[in-house]
Design a protein around this ligand. Sequence first.
Ligand SMILES: NC(=O)c1ccc[n+]([C@@H]2O[C@H](COP(=O)([O-])OP(=O)(O)OC[C@H]3O[C@@H](n4cnc5c(N)ncnc54)[C@H](OP(=O)(O)O)[C@@H]3O)[C@@H](O)[C@H]2O)c1
Length: 280
Amino acid sequence: MKTFTAYNGIPIPTFIYGTAWKKDLTGELVQLAISSGFRAIDTANQLIHYNEALVGEALLALAQQGTQRTSLFLQTKFTPVSGQDHRTPYDPIAPIETQVKQSFESSLQHLHTDYLDSYVLHGPYSRHGLGKEDWEVWRTFEELYQSGKTKMIGISNVTAGQLRLLCEQATVKPMVVQNRCYAALGWDLEVRELCQSHDIIYQGFSLLTANRDVLRNPATHSIAKRLGVGPAQVIFRFAQQIGMIPLTGTTKEQHMKEDLQIEGIELTNEEILHIEKIEL
Ligand SMILES: NC(=O)c1ccc[n+]([C@@H]2O[C@H](COP(=O)([O-])OP(=O)(O)OC[C@H]3O[C@@H](n4cnc5c(N)ncnc54)[C@H](OP(=O)(O)O)[C@@H]3O)[C@@H](O)[C@H]2O)c1
């Protein structure tokens, strides 16, 4: 699989398999995704939406079948207390630095690994700007990065204003941003432009579910027809061609295969410009 390279020289596969909402099927779907050709897995240490331990069981089984850890890109998240239920994977009343370190160690245990490829803050504590807690988390992330325990650090569900602040004031800028991507916001244009100017890798989720009108749009269908693919593939390939790494969380082997085939298709510049502005 092709890769994009973050500003610190670390490559990331250009398509990520996401494991949210898979519940008991998490392990089997991770195995299916890897055997179908995915090399990057996204999860979170947050039992409300993910099951990181089942991702780890799948990785263990794959390792026993010969899959090397170094051939995989593993990304997980630190989820603040407000995004957890009673199964918080760290002491919820400990200082934030301790919460992050406990969550990180528990992720390593769940995933049966001694390093992560990417560690992401699931979302800032503050709605606007960055507060004390955000900086406490980020300083701990910087420490984890500098210790070599994670090859990249990143942030999710971030606004352009928050990302700008982080880039201006952090010792280590994020290498990765992961956001929900709406066509109606120019596919998160403001955040993407900021990422581009700082050489940060932008990962987009909900590309299909947040953009159902684009999936139905006749222009998408006519591009799909020209390329001999479905409308979902058009959106994913569009995302890659504008420099974004798409996430998919499909539960179907057929969709996994179709999604991975998109690197063989190419939208024209005109088609890209059209889809970029399709809902503006
Ligand atoms: N950071 C965050 O806060 C956050 C939030 C949400 C998601 N995420 C990450 O992003 C991942 C993906 O989530 P998502 O919201 O983008 O989407 P998703 O959960 O994968 O939803 C995609 C939907 O589109 C359908 N679909 C139809 N055709 C498809 C095709 N060709 N390929 C793929 N899907 C197709 C899938 O159905 P089938 O199963 O039938 O294919 C599924 O119902 C998550 O698993 C998670 O890792 C992160």
